[in-house]
Design a protein around this ligand. Structure first.
Ligand code: NDP
Length: 419
């Protein structure tokens, strides 16, 4: 029995909230808050007839720590689930710290304004020291470790699918299948088709920033950076088929490199169709992916935010998306002195998700683990003081809940590997 404050009411939040309402024993009360309260009210109206969970709503600007503190003091939650944007991670963590309330999120911190000189100076030093140039990294949130520990509260970082389920798959493989993991290939395949020439499956700004950036992977104790989309492989995904996939930088590589002892290489691949890549390159070439404000007819606009307004809302793709996702990890390593390779993955059907919760599989595969992470923290099954990535907790209860809440997984002990 507990009370959860959920910040954000977009695609991922919509699924997480549906799933909380299927688990009223843990989530006896939830409050949905975002800047646009009407969206929270619409979802409440849709769900409250179907659940024993008591739902309330609130208006909050999560960029404002004082507003967040006032809301937390008023609602008195046991934990806060951040399913707004990565831009709000630090303000929400600050408010949780001030109120001594547990914190859960699905994506690591990234600044909204990458031209901010103060942030830029720290970023440029990190690029030099660490060797990767992504705008996001864990250093900002890991810096809260001592303060969360002293306050006696938990921060659970990265409770989505990737990061999230892929990180839990890693902890599970290490616990049950390996003495030592040598390599991890994380494969994220979306075999879905929404019928639009171009659309993104989650927040366009976050998605396009991620995909247009340099790729990178972890090898022998350091980062190796590549040009965007430089490394391409083909893979025959179970239940989806043959797809092209490209190596990207991805945030769980950073935490897994820290938390998997002796790991030699970690790579992340995502599938893209040619149409998506051609559109993205064109938009990038004309400056539409820029996050730097420009003046247009006397008004300041940010090109990528304007583009977001033109693209289909990811939350609206559900009804028209058909096909399946397959996301998982291939591990190689040793058990009892013998070489071993396993592949743990989940297959999720876009239309099945739509029938159940009214959204496509990308939001579904992120929203379900967000609910599970929040449930394990709320029920004190996962209870450690400080800031932790999800692979630092016992994976077994999470793996059981994936089967129970719609994301069943498969272990293949003789998989195709990636060269
Ligand atoms: P959406 O853009 O659909 O939703 C974002 C929500 O946050 C909206 O409801 C928005 O509402 C709210 N929001 C934005 N700014 C603020 C603010 N300042 N204060 C309060 N609320 C705010 O995004 P998604 O649902 O697609 O993504 C949500 C999160 O999930 C992102 O952090 C994304 O990176 C992460 N993600 C993680 C994945 C994983 O596997 N780990 C995969 C996919 C996404 P409003 O503007 O009305 O306030």
């Amino acid at each position: 029995m507990g009370r959860l404050l959920i910040i954000g009411c977009g695609g991922v939040a919509g699924v997480a909230i549906h799933k909380c309402c299927q688990n009223s024993k843990t989530f006896s009360e939830i409050c949905i808050a975002s800047r646009t309260k009407s969206r929270c009210d619409d979802l409440k109206e849709k769900l409250e007839k179907t659940t024993e969970t008591k739902i309330t709503t609130a208006q909050v600007d999560a960029d404002n720590v004082d507003e967040l503190i006032a809301l937390i003091k008023d609602y008195q939650p046991d934990a806060v689930l951040n399913v707004a944007l990565p831009y709000q991670d630090l303000t929400i963590m600050d408010a949780c710290l001030a109120c001594k309330v547990d914190y859960i999120d699905t994506a690591n911190y990234e600044p909204e304004d990458t031209d901010d000189p103060q942030w830029r100076a720290i970023y440029e030093k990190r690029c030099k020291d660490e060797g990767f140039t992504a705008y996001f990294d864990y250093s900002w949130q890991w810096a809260y470790q001592d303060r969360f520990k002293e306050a006696g509260i938990t921060a659970l970082l990265g409770s989505g699918f990737d990061p999230g389920v892929t990180s839990v798959f890693t902890a599970y493989a290490l616990k049950h299948y390996f003495d030592e993991i040598e390599t991890i290939d994380i494969l994220d395949c979306n075999g879905g088709d929404h019928g639009y020439p171009f659309a993104t499956n989650f927040n366009p700004e976050i998605n396009l920033r991620e995909v247009s950036a340099n790729g990178s992977y972890w090898e022998n104790g350091h980062w190796v950076e590549t040009e965007p989309m430089e490394i391409k492989r083909e893979y025959d995904f179970p239940q989806v088929g043959q797809k092209d996939m490209y190596l990207l930088h991805h945030e769980e590589i950073e935490s897994l490199a820290k938390n998997v002892p002796g790991v030699k290489r970690i790579r992340f691949f995502m599938t893209f169709g040619q149409s998506y890549l051609t559109h993205m390159k064109c938009l990038e070439n004309v400056g539409m992916l820029s996050t730097s404000p420009i003046m247009y007819e006397g008004r300041e606009i940010v090109p990528i935010q304007f583009l977001k307004a033109l693209l289909p809302d990811p939350a609206s793709l559900g009804a028209r998306t058909v096909g399946k996702t397959n996301i998982g990890c291939i591990f190689t390593g040793k058990k009892d002195g013998k070489e071993k390779t396993i592949y743990i993955y989940n297959v999720c059907d876009h239309q099945e998700c739509y029938k159940e919760v009214g959204s496509q599989a990308i939001s579904y595969t992120t929203g379900v683990p967000a609910m599970i992470g929040a449930a394990l923290v709320l029920d004190k099954v996962w209870d450690k003081d400080g800031v932790f990535n999800i692979e630092e907790f016992d994976p077994d209860p999470f793996m059981d809940m994936l089967n129970q809440y719609g994301l069943p997984w498969v272990v293949d002990e003789n998989p195709q590997t990636v060269e």
